[in-house]
Design a protein around this ligand. Structure first.
Ligand SMILES: *Cc1c(COP(=O)(O)O)cnc(C)c1O
Length: 416
């Protein structure tokens, strides 16, 4: 069973200051999870997590994670700016972008971020833009399908990211010739994996490539970046990943492949987003309409603008009706937002307790790729983000948008 980290009483207090809808994050749980991740990889001396900023781009969250030893993984100019403003700079930033504009490479280089090249042609592009830095990383795409035992997890052959093996080897040779001194390898082969085998399987692939790179180029990599992809159980029937078992699986592969090849000094990096924040955020919304036509609809005051995953991927997000946690789920509802789009539904045919107008609903697991994916369709405004602090107090960490924010880009254009 999924249990919200806030109660009806707490929400009734919060809404006196911050009306629904809002996103709220659980600081204590975020910290505990970050510490567990660090522990899982404590066997590796150089281990570091670079939090994927795109998952939850909020400076307060970035600073909480920084205080737990995490850096940032950025892939755009504004993500770099946010990291810098949050006090995370230099080698604390991994710049894992793709289709990268010149000015973004230039800014990443200026901040001293570690640049992770998505393509072979980016070597020349980077050289012409700002020169080749001493530390550089390359992204690998093995092609084909990616399987764990007999289950196909994803299709790297169809993915736009990374370089082929041949390009990768040539890239290291060229980069070394251009003056680079420390080299990294990166790959992201499957998203939201709910299995302890993903990282160990990926690690084996990358460790074997590291050995091949050493044989063919003489280069000993300094770091291997396992990137993101560790998932969370969105549905209540799934078991969460065991991060300690995942860390141990990677350690075994390391001891089997890297250590005997004389590559036992390689640092392991991760770029997790969903795993770091997903379960520790809720979208809180209020039931404001009930509609009884061919189906039963509950209209809430949040919409896909606040959480796009159900509309975009048909993703399941668990819902708890606050104060009715122990009532039987004997009513079948579609829970809808207000967009003029029929896919604006947080749940379809969901069995829930009887919902009354004014009830507060917690939409679970919105801490990553939740607020972040927001947009402004139908002129809807983005909500506030709140933090449930470790001491139980509530802090607003981003105010809600106002119409002035929405119209800001039209300033000076009303009379043309
Ligand atoms: C999205 C992304 C991540 C984070 O992915 P999660 O699934 O949230 O862990 C990490 N690295 C890169 C390059 C990404 O694009």
């Amino acid at each position: 069973m999924k249990k919200p980290f806030i109660t009806k009483n707490q929400v009734e207090e919060i809404v006196k200051t911050y009306p629904t809808p809002f996103h709220i994050y659980d600081e204590k749980a975020i910290r505990e999870n970050a510490r567990l991740l660090k522990q899982a990889f404590s066997w590796n001396e150089g281990y570091k997590e670079f939090f994927a900023v795109k998952a939850t781009p909020n400076p307060t969250i970035l600073k909480i994670l920084k205080s737990e030893g995490c850096g940032c993984d950025c892939s755009s100019y504004t993500e770099l700016l946010m990291s810098e403003k949050a006090g995370i700079t230099g080698s604390e930033i991994m710049f894992s972008s793709n289709d990268t504009p010149e000015n973004e490479f230039a800014f990443a280089a200026k901040l001293g971020a570690t640049i992770n090249l998505d393509d072979y042609t980016h070597i020349k592009f980077l050289k012409d833009t700002c020169g080749i830095p001493e530390t550089i990383s390359c992204r690998y795409n093995p092609g084909g399908t990616f399987s764990i035992s007999t289950t196909i997890m994803d299709n790297p052959g169809d993915a736009k990211y990374g370089m082929t093996k041949e390009q990768l080897i040539q890239a290291y040779i060229d980069l070394k010739e251009a003056g680079a001194k420390r080299f990294g390898l990166h790959s992201f082969l499957a998203s939201n994996t709910v299995t302890n085998e993903y990282y160990p399987t990926l690690a084996k692939i990358l460790f074997e490539v590291a050995v091949e790179i050493k044989e063919k180029t003489g280069i000993s990599l300094s770091f291997i970046n396992l990137s993101g992809g560790i998932g969370i159980p969105y549905t209540p029937d799934k078991e969460p990943n065991d991060i300690l078992a995942i860390g141990e699986g990677v350690r075994k592969a390391y001891e089997e492949i890297l250590t005997p090849a004389g590559l036992g000094n390689i640092s392991i990096y991760t770029e997790l987003g969903r795993f770091m924040l997903g379960p520790y955020g809720h979208l809180v919304t209020k039931a404001i309409h009930q509609k009884h036509i061919h189906k039963e609809y509950i209209g809430v005051d949040a919409c896909a603008v606040n959480l796009m995953r159900p509309a975009m991927y048909g993703a399941y997000h668990h819902i708890t009706v606050l104060g009715k946690e122990n009532e039987p789920c004997s009513f079948k509802y579609d829970i809808t937002g207000s967009l003029c789009e029929n896919n604006d539904k947080f749940a379809i045919d969901r069995m829930l307790p009887k919902i009354d107008m004014g009830d507060y609903l917690v939409i679970h697991d919105t801490g990553a790729h939740g607020f972040a994916m927001g947009y402004n369709y139908n002129g809807k405004l983005k909500s506030a983000e709140l933090l449930l602090c470790e001491d139980g107090s509530i802090k607003q960490i981003r105010r809600a948008e106002t119409p002035e924010d929405y119209f800001a880009t039209l300033e000076g254009y009303w009379d043309v």
